[in-house]
Write a protein that binds this ligand. Structure first.
Ligand code: ARG
Length: 257
């Protein structure tokens, strides 16, 4: 009787071992590209009515994942938590309208660019004193924390910069007249104006910077970045990129994109 018990326990242990062994070598796990974004940035990434992630970046990363034969699993983080999530290995890649720039280049490895952008200003509709970046001197400006908009706004002489968690919060602050301007990415400002039909705020001035969005991976993960670049090249060549671009921007991509 004792023997049977012992055998039973051993068999159970062995079975558990087998199961966990399978778990760590799990196919789905291995074939899943873990991607983080900051879903407050329509039309690039946002949450739809049912909470699902949508947008240009989401479609692009899904198309890239498909090319790579990987399932894409998306998690939503604060913009300033994205680079740390790569560094600690919590995710494999970040797609978040993230501009490639010198500072970030030191912390992550970027793919080839996939979208050309830049910063513009938003003010209240009744504001007649701010027409350009020069006019922002000494003004209060809302930006999203950790963004290129924050970096550029801080360079403006005498400006008081309010760094907020989400890009949506910057518009709320502006509409509440708690700040005089918002500095944010041009396509996001443009999309907001069209989609919201909001007449209480307006865009002014030209574009301050020229920035390229790229997908980020952990610094030095050349194997993954090469796969992503190859997939990106493929979806550009086979028309998938142009189809996604047209879906979100209503026009064909220009030569730079
Ligand atoms: N392009 C800007 C940057 O890289 C802003 C990106 C903000 N993205 C977002 N998903 N909220 O700093």
């Amino acid at each position: 009787m004792k023997k049977i018990w012992q055998f039973g326990i051993l068999a159970m242990l062995g079975f558990t071992f087998l199961l966990t062994g399978c778990g760590s070598n799990n196919k789905v796990e291995n074939n899943t590209l873990k991607v983080a974004t900051c879903a407050d940035f329509a039309p690039f990434e946002f949450q739809g009515k049912d909470g699902q992630y949508e947008g240009f970046d989401i479609d692009i990363i899904k198309a890239i994942g498909k090319e790579m034969g990987e399932k894409v699993e998306i998690s939503n983080l604060g913009f300033d938590a994205l680079v740390p999530a790569l560094q600690t290995g919590h995710v494999d890649a970040v797609i978040a309208g993230m501009s490639m720039n010198g500072e970030r280049d030191k912390a992550v490895t970027f793919s080839k660019p996939y979208y050309q952008s830049g910063l513009t200003i938003m003010v209240n509709a009744n504001n007649n004193s701010i027409h350009s970046f020069k006019d922002l001197e000494g003004k209060t400006i809302a930006v999203q924390i950790g963004t290129t908009g924050a970096t550029e706004a801080k360079k403006i002489p005498g400006a008081k910069v309010k760094e907020l968690n989400s890009s949506a919060d910057t518009f709320i602050e502006l509409k509440a007249h708690n700040v005089q301007a918002v500095v944010n990415d041009k396509p996001v400002n443009a999309y907001y104006m069209v989609e919201s039909g909001d007449k209480s705020i307006k865009r002014v001035g030209g574009q301050l910077t020229s920035e390229n969005y790229a997908i980020a991976v952990k610094k030095g993960n050349t194997e993954l970045v090469e796969k992503i670049n190859k997939a990106l090249e493929k979806i550009k060549a086979d028309g998938t990129y142009a189809k996604i671009y047209k879906k979100w921007f209503g026009v064909e991509p220009s030569a730079e994109n």
